[in-house]
Design a protein around this ligand. Structure first.
Ligand code: 6GU
Length: 245
């Protein structure tokens, strides 16, 4: 997979040289290129922002540097056949494991990292007309820019690429995978630490009992901290609430 990143803080993406993703890059599974948006700003101060039309607080990113940078990436001879531009934004659709799985099938992603109030709307309009663009949020809170959100998404997507994670089975039994439940708790040796024992069933060698215990732990944890992930129980529907009677 090819990934281009456009940012005014390229150093954020040094983190993508570490760990599994760094190894995936060394092995040619992932081709990451970081572009400094200021390289496409040609005034003496390399200005990328300006005051909002109509007034108000904050600054808006000027369209010209974004246009030049994105045109350059999209028009390069080695661009993918149908690149997808992602603009991290708290105003976007919410990123999920399902979206990570979808995006892992793309051949070329371009992450546009906005700062301030984000890019001029005409950037979205221009590139939506010329190709594919999505605004994506990583959750209901506000970051200072798209860089950290991009790193989170790239890690979630990158680890799903074939060959990136050594043992593909370790991808399956995880929170949000397969059954949509949270992961069960994990233990290792020693069997007792500070008076706390590993649950005996895990040392029993009884694989069916272990699987049943893990399933129950997943369900209990999901009910407790993320009941929104569980399928609605019969009788939970709005149509059979008393107020609808
Ligand atoms: Cl993608 N960007 C910013 N700036 N804040 C966010 C976000 C993205 N997702 C959640 N908060």
């Amino acid at each position: 997979m090819r990934i281009d990143l456009v940012t005014i803080f390229p150093a954020y993406f040094d983190a993508l040289e570490l760990s599994l993703l760094g190894k995936a890059r060394d092995r040619g599974l992932l081709d990451v290129r970081v572009h400094d948006l200021r390289d496409a700003a040609h005034d003496r101060h390399r200005t990328v922002d300006d005051t909002p039309a109509g007034g108000g607080a904050g600054m808006v990113m000027k369209p010209e540097p974004w246009g030049e940078m994105l045109d350059g990436i999209l028009g390069a001879p080695d661009a993918g056949p149908d690149p997808l531009i992602i603009f991290p934004s708290p105003a976007g659709e919410v990123f999920t494991q399902r979206m990570a799985r979808e995006l892992a099938h793309e051949s070329h992603l371009i992450f546009g990292c906005g700062r301030y109030e984000g890019p001029d709307q005409r950037i979205f309009d221009e590139y939506a007309e010329r190709g594919r663009i999505r605004l994506v949020s990583i959750g209901d809170y506000v970051l200072n820019g798209g860089e950290v959100a991009s790193i989170a998404m790239i890690e979630a997507i990158g680890r799903l690429l074939p060959g990136v994670v050594g043992n593909p089975e370790s991808l399956v039994e995880e929170s949000h995978e397969e059954d949509g439940l949270l992961e069960y708790p994990s233990y290792t040796k020693p069997a007792e630490w500070r008076g706390r024992a590993v649950p005996p069933v895990l040392l029993s060698g009884n694989h069916a009992a272990i699987a049943a215990w893990r399933r129950e732990q997943s369900l209990e944890r999901t009910r407790r901290v993320r009941p929104d992930l569980l399928p609605p129980e019969p009788g939970d529907g709005a149509s059979d609430s008393p107020s609808m009677a």
